[in-house]
Design a protein around this ligand. Structure first.
Ligand SMILES: Cc1cc2nc3c(=O)[nH]c(=O)nc-3n(C[C@H](O)[C@H](O)[C@H](O)COP(=O)(O)OP(=O)(O)OC[C@H]3O[C@@H](n4cnc5c(N)ncnc54)[C@H](O)[C@@H]3O)c2cc1C
Length: 544
């Protein structure tokens, strides 16, 4: 793979903007045909730092490493709170900095994409073969899982005893055990599958790009931010890019593919004059193509959490001291064992706030420590965290550019809890998390709840606590939604409505955020898109 400027070869068949999970998959699949030339552009840099490979490196990743450094606008329904909003800026995008949980969401999510949003071809049976095409599952091979694909999918290597006690506690609470959240049913508690392989992160760049870096028809440009998509006579023809080499225009003979993520894609489109005319004019951008819903329909999962103090050194908080960190690092590099092999969030599950819900609407993530993520309090003594996120928010937010300056941060407004139903379900989820941590099976491990604390009891008190402490679960989606009709930004084959030569392929095209983590779904979207772009027939729908 060529990672230097091909300054004399300014034209490619396909220009992919953004080397996140979707961009990496596309680069791999499109360049498999040696007659097709592909340029992959990424604003961030390389992932050579070992932290990106170490599963526990995640602990550093929400604190500013390889991130754009953005925050939300003040959240009207969270008492004006501004929330730190990590979005990756590195090769591999979110898959290089995420917690590596491999979760696909519920089958009914995809059926809703097809039946409610009009995304024909994206029902569960139609997308399942694409999840499987990517997958190299360490242990499962059946109707839902496969092996031999580029993406490593493994179970946790050595969960500590408190993880198993948590599983028993959740069952005492009434949630059944489930060994495969990506199989026949999502309901239950268990260990997550992880996008790891041989105790290393299986990011989209290591899984999809590294193996094909020798391809002569694939050019990768790092530290190259696309400023604008160039449109001529109703067709996207190229991109203007700034990098260490200056500013240049690179052209696509066939298509520009925008894969900048659920915040980055509507941002780039709007900077290019593609979006809601009023918002563009207000930002001082000339309108090239008035498309009202670019940046609308933002959905995200909001995390609430309980933190308890442990009776002893049961979680990885014990590693926080420098000499122990050094030992854990040595153990990892010498033997690929020990705490560094943990993604720190490797156990959890799915259950119901609303018993009428079509599939679980709450997700739990057990954090093997406290203060793992930015903004979350670290306990003085070892602690354990249990996150709960409401999975199918009814609130809708927006991504808007603040000005025509491509260096300016976008205005990210997830509009959390605008719909009171979201708040009601989220608080029920937090109550469940607290109850699970109080079950007998955890008594030998958990001393007492420290956050929110025993004196926080009423819904109103819990909401006040949430205003102060809640955080994003890092799952933005929906801002260039696919579907049929006026609300869609892209058609079901992911072409931007009203312009030629441009598609959007990433988490932004998901009409509804899946009920789970979003990395595997973003990879699936790009797998399916690659067949569409290459004009291949879709894989046969799964027979279940
Ligand atoms: C901290 C964190 C933890 C997470 N944990 C999990 C998890 O455990 N499991 C899970 O399934 N999901 C998780 N996610 C979510 C998951 O990683 C994302 O859903 C996924 O990465 C989305 O992929 P994408 O291709 O849509 O976009 P992104 O991952 O956002 O990638 C977009 C890429 O485009 C680049 N880009 C943007 N604008 C430009 C531009 N103008 N020019 C050039 N390049 C540009 C960005 O730098 C980025 O590399 C997490 C995300 C974060 C941030």
């Amino acid at each position: 793979m060529n990672d230097t400027a091909e300054r004399n070869v300014g034209t490619f068949d396909y220009v992919i903007v953004g080397a996140g999970p979707a961009g990496c998959v596309l680069a791999n699949r499109l360049s498999a045909d040696p007659s097709i030339s592909v340029l992959l552009l990424e604003a961030g840099g390389a992932d050579w730092n070992p932290l990106f490979k170490m599963p526990a490196g995640f602990a550093k990743m929400t604190k500013g490493v390889a991130s754009w450094g953005w925050s939300t606008v003040p959240q009207k329904h969270l008492n004006g709170r501004v929330i730190w909003y990590t979005q990756a800026k590195v090769i591999g995008g979110g898959s290089s900095i995420n917690a590596q949980i491999y979760a696909r969401g519920a089958a009914k999510d995809y059926d809703a994409w097809a039946s409610e949003a009009g995304a024909a071809g994206w029902s569960y049976r139609e997308v399942l073969p694409y999840f499987k095409r990517s997958e190299d599952n360490q242990k499962l091979h059946n109707a839902y899982h496969s092996y031999g694909g580029p993406l490593g999918v493994s179970y946790p290597i050595n969960p500590p005893p408190i993880s198993y006690a948590f599983l028993r506690a959740a069952q005492e609470f009434g949630i059944p055990f489930n060994d495969d959240f990506n199989g026949a049913a999502q309901d239950g508690i268990g260990h997550y599958q992880l996008s790891t392989r041989n105790a290393e992160r299986s990011s989209a760049s290591s899984a999809f790009l590294k193996p094909v870096e020798g391809r002569k028809n694939l050019t990768l440009r790092l530290n190259a931010q696309t400023l604008k998509i160039e449109v001529q006579n109703g067709r996207a023809i190229g991109v203007t890019v700034v990098s260490g080499a200056g500013t240049e225009t690179l052209n696509a003979d066939r298509e520009i593919i925008v894969s900048c993520g659920a915040i980055g894609s509507p941002r780039l489109l709007q900077l290019s004059g593609i979006g809601p005319a009023d918002a563009l004019k207000a930002a001082g951008v000339d309108v090239v193509h008035d498309l009202a819903r670019v940046g609308a329909n933002l959905q995200d999962h909001l995390d609430l959490y309980a933190i308890s103090e442990c009776t002893g050194e049961h979680t990885y908080d014990r590693i926080a001291r420098p000499h122990r960190t050094a030992w854990a690092g040595l153990q990892y590099f010498a033997f690929k064992t020990g705490p560094v092999t943990s993604t720190l969030f490797e156990t959890g599950g799915f259950w119901y706030a609303d018993r009428e819900a079509r599939s679980p609407d709450i997700q739990f993530h057990l954090g093997l420590g406290s203060g793992i993520e930015a903004g979350v309090a670290a306990m003085k003594n070892p602690g354990v965290t249990l996150n709960s996120a409401f999975l199918r928010p009814r609130s809708r937010g927006t991504v808007r550019i603040a000005s025509a300056d491509p260096r300016a941060a976008p205005l990210i407004d997830p509009n959390y809890w605008a719909d009171p139903y979201d708040r009601e379900c989220a608080i029920k989820g937090l109550r469940m998390a607290r109850e699970i941590l109080r079950q007998p099976a955890l008594k030998p491990f958990v001393m007492a709840e420290r956050m929110p604390g025993d004196d926080v009891r009423t819904d109103e008190q819990l909401a006040e606590y949430a205003y102060r402490t809640c955080k994003t679960d890092h799952h933005p989606a929906g801002t260039c939604a696919m579907g049929s009709g006026e609300n869609a930004v892209v058609t079901p084959d992911l072409r931007l409505r009203g312009l030629l030569g441009i598609r959007v392929v990433d988490a932004s095209v998901m009409p509804f955020v899946p009920s789970g983590n979003t990395n595997a779904p973003a990879i699936m979207v790009a797998e399916k898109a690659s067949d569409m772009i290459l004009g291949k027939p879709p894989l046969p729908a799964a027979v279940l």
